[in-house]
Design a binder for this molecule. Structure first.
Ligand code: FA5
Length: 326
């Protein structure tokens, strides 16, 4: 009989272990500890036990009752704490979290600005949402010029546009700051160009402007060369090819010669030139006294050359496996 009580205790504890909700725990309590439960009916068997064995049976019944009550209380508090969230093991090692980092374009801009700042150019900014006056008219772009075509620009409903070049900053600075002026500005520009390996509809330019007495093309060339050496190494070279921009005269395309995968290559990075006297005059700056140069370089092209990135689209796909490399 006593051995049977051991088996019954085990059976009760096994079935209790699978109760983890208030409802199943209550069912278990009624079945085992309730007024019509198994314990009660076991007590009823006391009369069938031999008189000599009754004290031992009574004692065993008491320990069984105690064990089941204790186990029930323990299981209830366990179920309660599991429902209020998993227990926190403060000794567990933490999950590794990757360190965030700046996007390769943000870092390139910071590096470019630093190089020009060392050459005496003050970093500045301008708005991305512009008016046509700053984006075209003040830059000597005639009303009929094809560069103003809606197909080549993001005009906004209700007026204004997303700037298509950072040359707008030349105007923004000169309309408020009398020369001498030596600034550099980097930021986003927008053009509805079809995306391919070297074109994106949103990209970044870095604009430089130096207006002072006696500034010449020689200063422009040595500034760009200084940048090329600082950024791409002392072996880098600069080449200017005659070109046309309405706001500079003369104008040139800027190429830089750099080593790509061990081979020297000329790479077109932007445009430059001497600020057109018309631009200075429209801002009430006397071109007989002041002369200046300006340049605008494509930041993505610079970053791509520097890091050997062959497709501009990768810069904006937000693929962490790609971005993590820089
Ligand atoms: C200009 O935007 C002139 N504002 C540059 C300038 C400034 C000339 C000051 C004279 C004086 P351009 O349209 O060529 O020029 O663009 C300059 C550079 O921007 C290009 O050489 C290229 O590096 C980059 N670029 C142009 N279009 C895209 C594009 N869709 N995606 C990525 N980069 C581009």
């Amino acid at each position: 009989m006593l051995a049977e009580l051991d088996t019954i205790q085990e059976e009760a504890l096994v079935s209790l272990a699978s109760c983890d909700q208030a409802a199943t725990l209550e069912q278990w309590r009624i079945a085992w500890l309730g007024s019509k439960g198994r314990l009660k009916s076991l007590m009823g068997r006391m009369k069938d036990v031999e008189a000599a064995e009754r004290p031992a049976f009574g004692q065993r019944m008491n320990t069984l009752k105690q064990a089941l009550n204790q186990a029930f209380d323990h299981q209830c508090s366990r179920a309660e704490s599991e429902q209020s969230g998993p227990a926190v093991d403060v000794t567990e090692p933490g999950l590794p979290t990757g360190l965030g980092r700046q996007h390769v374009i943000s870092r390139t801009i910071a590096e470019i600005l630093e190089v020009f700042a060392r050459m005496g150019f003050t970093p500045t900014t301008g708005p991305e949402v512009e008016d046509e006056w700053h984006n075209f008219t003040a830059l000597n772009v005639p009303e009929s010029h094809p560069a103003r075509e809606p197909i080549d620009n993001f005009y906004l409903e209700g007026g204004g546009m997303l700037r298509s070049q950072t040359s707008t900053v030349q105007i923004r600075v000169l309309e408020h700051t009398p020369p001498p002026v030596r600034i550099v500005a980097a930021g986003r520009v927008y053009r509805p160009d079809t995306h391919d390996a070297t074109h994106y509809s949103m990209f970044h330019q870095v604009e430089g402007l130096w207006v002072d007495r006696g500034v010449t093309m020689v200063d422009l060339r040595s500034t760009l060369l200084g940048f090329a050496h600082a950024f791409f190494g002392q072996d880098a070279e600069v080449r200017m090819r005659p070109s046309y921009f309405p706001f500079t005269e003369p104008s040139a395309e800027v190429d830089m010669k750099m080593r790509i995968k061990g081979k020297w290559q000329w790479v077109e990075l932007g445009g430059c030139g001497m600020v057109d006297p018309n631009v200075l005059e429209s801002l009430k700056i006397d071109p007989e006294i002041w002369t200046g140069f300006a340049f605008g370089l494509g930041v993505e092209r610079i970053a791509m050359r520097k890091h050997g990135i062959s497709d501009i689209r990768w810069l904006y796909e937000n693929d962490a496996r790609f971005l993590r490399q820089f």
